[in-house]
Write a protein that binds this ligand. Structure first.
Ligand code: 13P
Ligand code: SF4
Length: 303
């Protein structure tokens, strides 16, 4: 089957099975194009909490599909490739979090959603890059441990002025953002505005005009109607998402583009197989899921 035939078959099976397809902004273009909803981690979690269809095909990395499953215990959540993991989530194992809780017994533990379900079950509240500042400001204490992304944590520490205790984790993709290639892109495109994801190291965020979650990048473009060119310092899938929404603007990758191999593991043929064979169901132990749900719901309650 070619791509168009696969897309048509996905559309047919989706109706037959009464399924909805959710996709992260970093998915390959073809997968973004067949999705019913695309968004950042926060938007996907919010959308996942309001779904009526009995089957959710989640195109993203595993922790995102887990979040959808935790919020929908009575639905079937399928991920087309179970190997689509997030190395950032692997930085904070549940065992390590339990040890840290002994070291910081009077601290509030805030975990980025890029964590495994059992880690979420151990902490007090989740956040995403889109709401981290609000979540930290909602906490009535300065004693906070933030895990696992040290770059996002450092950025939020500066934004809120709260002395967060940071974990030694980072996104292997954004951590490699290369300052010289951004400066090169700026020189080659005078007047272009730099948008960077807060998982990038501080030296990159310091030269960015806008620091945003992937979802917030759309708002940043809207806030700059006079700007025609944007240098996008995040995973390359975001360029398709932006170009689709703003066909009159130009979105430029730094010379050394950022690519998340895990996000790219989801393909049209795997989505098709997922619908055909009901694979692969995301299953979480109910006790862990219930505890993790509390930290996710607490986050979603913060508007
Ligand atoms: P967003 O919530 O900004 O989409 O980020 C998710 C992610 O995995 C970034 O690497
Ligand atoms: Fe995880 Fe980084 Fe990939 Fe996002 S870009 S899914 S944080 S490895």
């Amino acid at each position: 089957m070619n791509n168009e035939e696969m897309k048509a078959e996905i559309g047919r099976l989706k109706k037959e099975k009464n399924a909805i397809i959710l996709a992260h902004n970093y998915q390959i273009a073809d997968v973004q194009d067949i999705a019913d909803f695309t968004g950042d981690s926060l938007e996907l979690a919010r959308r996942a909490s309001q779904i009526s269809e009995p089957v959710i095909i989640f195109c993203g990395v595993y922790f995102m599909a887990e979040t959808a499953a935790i919020l929908n215990p009575d639905k079937r959540v399928l991920i087309p490739d179970t190997q689509a993991g997030c190395p950032l989530a692997d930085f904070a194992t549940v065992k390590q979090v339990r040890e840290w809780k002994k070291v910081y017994p009077d601290h509030v533990f805030v975990a980025y959603v890029n964590t495994h379900a059992d880690t979420k079950a151990e902490i007090d509240i989740c956040c995403t890059s889109g709401n981290a500042e609000k979540v930290i400001n909602s906490i009535d204490s300065d004693k906070i441990v933030f895990l696992p992304d040290k770059h996002l944590g450092d950025y939020i520490r500066r934004k809120t002025g709260k002395p967060l205790v940071l974990w030694e984790g980072y996104c292997v993709v954004h951590h490699k953002a290369d300052i010289d290639s951004i400066i090169e892109a700026k020189k080659a495109n005078p007047g272009a505005l730099v948008m960077a994801h807060p998982e990038c190291p501080r030296n990159i965020l310091d030269i960015a005009d806008e620091v945003c979650s992937t979802g917030q990048m759309f708002g940043a473009v809207e806030r700059h109607p006079e700007t025609k060119k944007f240098i996008v310092v995040t995973e390359c899938g975001m360029l398709h998402a932006l170009a689709k929404r703003f066909p009159d603007r130009e979105f430029i990758e730094p010379m050394k583009p950022l690519r998340c191999a895990n996000m790219k593991k989801i393909t049209l043929s795997k989505v098709l197989d997922s619908l055909r064979y009901d694979q692969y169901e995301v299953k979480i132990d109910p006790v862990t899921a219930e505890k993790a749900r509390k930290s996710i719901v607490k986050m979603l309650e913060i508007k």
